[in-house]
Design a protein around this ligand. Structure first.
Ligand code: UN1
Length: 504
């Protein structure tokens, strides 16, 4: 008997207490990429129901913004506890819905737990500066206040972690959240919301509708993007999507955090530890079937180590296990759907036409199922042209030779996206140059690790066509608050700044 992932997904949702009316009897069909089996059909929202959700969230905001931040942190602490308790179930559902291996599914939930821990501490550290003033008996300071309703639009590839980065911070910063998950992964969203609802029930005194999920396609996302009541739109997806979202939100003077495409590269220098580089590149380029925004897509290898490294990589590509990661120990799971498979094949054909030598990339048949599996592809390219300049959301690594360090840093930066980057070297001059103002132009620049798998403690995001937004750690929280500069006069006269005189 073949396993039914639909039945398993339904059992997980029921166990987490998700209302069956939210995932049955609707028109939006969802499928597991593991086998192509349909898992659910969900009723969808409309522009009108999104507007209602915004109205409810605005009401929640009026209460939540007045709750002391450390108390708001207590809600996020409880959420972290509930996530710990539900880690196996939610990780399993991520695997079913996004096709990730069990370890990657669990890792994604671990990111959610980590950001909760971070946000709890942060809830006591939302501080501003006190600034010297030029006037006697005055004090100047800045205060950070809750911003308003936060709209989160997330992608299929990290269906729950990215929402949690936004939500944990938004909640401690005093904001309600409305989440529009990818139409490819709505079940994990409903599950995550149910887990948060458990924390809300235990917390007891949060306003209703502090966190809501709206389901649907582009029109539902656009309703959030265009609604003047949504103060911040945090959107993860393609650069094409960001080109539409950014200007629309800007036109109404809303704020955005955009986390868009990546075309992340590694540079392997003459002194590199090649064993370490091999493992880092393999995970960075093939892990999660090349469907992370941080996936390594380009590799520049110094001429002197090319022949020692690249044949080993080609071998790893030929032998890595591809299959259903819930049935076998496969390291590379399915692509999300047939369109992703077609895009991969089109990019490989274009690379070949541009003089590339393609290793791998063929379809892998897994059982008799309709899952879209492909062997990861390593493509040796003479130069950086054509598809190498674009992000194809699939496991393709373009490998190029280099001889001159300054020139390779320029080539590294000569693409539209600017998310993540890494260098493999034991030479501190190369390392420091790569990390310097004249080095990598990405939001993330690593040394002797791959481009993917960032920890939540750092700010996550990138420059140029990646959109410029920052999420998760460091001071990314500031995007979720509004800053007020306060000047207080505790004296008995009214000196004007800049020595201006205005005596009446
Ligand atoms: C994404 O692909 O949208 O750095 C997020 C990483 C993960 C997050 C990826 N921590 O690969």
């Amino acid at each position: 008997m073949t396993r039914s992932y639909a039945a398993e997904a339904t059992a997980i949702l029921n166990h987490l207490g998700v209302d069956p009316a939210r995932h049955t009897g609707g028109t939006m069909a969802v499928f597991t990429p593991l086998t192509g089996e349909q898992t659910a059909s969900l009723p969808t929202d409309t522009a009108g129901s999104v507007a209602d959700a915004v109205t409810r969230a605005q009401a929640a905001f009026r209460d939540w913004r007045r709750v002391p931040a450390p108390r708001r942190g207590e809600l996020v602490r409880l959420f972290g506890e509930e996530l710990r308790a539900a880690k196996d179930e939610l990780g399993r559902l991520v695997s079913i819905e996004a096709g990730k291996s069990p370890s990657e599914g669990a890792g994604e939930v671990q990111e959610m737990i980590d950001i909760c821990d971070f946000a709890v501490g942060l809830s006591r550290q939302l501080y501003g500066l006190t600034i010297a003033t030029e006037r006697p008996d005055h004090r100047m300071m800045e205060t950070w206040h809750p911003l308003g309703v936060v709209g989160v639009i997330s992608a299929f590839n990290f269906p729950v972690a990215v929402w949690s980065w936004n939500t944990a911070l938004a909640l401690v910063c005093g904001n309600p959240v409305i989440w529009k998950p990818s139409e490819k992964t709505p079940l994990t969203a409903l599950a995550s919301q149910a887990i948060l609802d458990r924390a809300l029930a235990r917390f007891g005194s949060a306003p209703a509708h502090l966190a809501q999920v709206v389901i649907g396609g582009r029109d539902v996302g656009e309703a959030l993007v265009d609604h003047p009541g949504v103060a911040l739109v945090s959107a993860t997806g393609s650069t094409r999507m960001g080109r539409s979202v950014g200007p629309r939100v800007a036109a109404r003077f809303g704020r955005t955090i955009l986390e868009l495409g990546g075309n992340n590269a590694g540079i392997v220098c003459p002194s590199a530890d090649l064993d370490m580089a091999l493992r880092a590149i393999a995970f960075g380029a093939m892990g999660t079937a090349g469907q992370r925004c941080t996936t390594m897509r380009r590799l520049f290898v110094h001429d002197s180590v090319y022949d020692a490294l690249v044949p080993r990589l080609v071998k790893a590509y030929a032998s890595v296990s591809v299959g259903n990661p819930l049935e076998t120990a496969a390291l590379v799971g399915p692509l999300i759907d047939g369109a992703a498979f077609d895009a991969m094949q089109a990019a490989l054909a274009a690379a070949k036409a541009a003089g590339g030598t393609v290793h791998g990339g063929d379809r892998v048949t897994v059982g008799t199922d309709a899952g879209q599996y492909a062997r990861p592809a390593l493509v040796e390219m003479p130069t950086q042209v054509g598809p190498v300049l674009e992000e194809t959301f699939a496991p393709i690594l373009y490998v190029m030779r280099y001889t001159d360090f300054d020139a390779v840093v320029e080539d590294h930066n000569a693409v539209g996206a600017g998310l993540s980057s890494s260098i493999f070297t034991l030479d501190m001059r190369e390392m420091e140059q790569f990390l310097s103002a004249a080095g990598s132009d990405c939001g993330i620049a690593n040394v002797n690790i791959g481009t993917s798998g960032a920890e939540i403690g750092g700010a996550f995001g990138g420059e140029k066509e990646t959109g410029g937004g920052r999420e998760s750690g460091s001071d990314a929280w500031k995007a979720y608050m509004r800053r007020a500069t306060n000047t207080v006069n505790y004296g008995r006269s009214l000196p004007l700044a800049q020595g201006v005189v205005f005596d009446i």
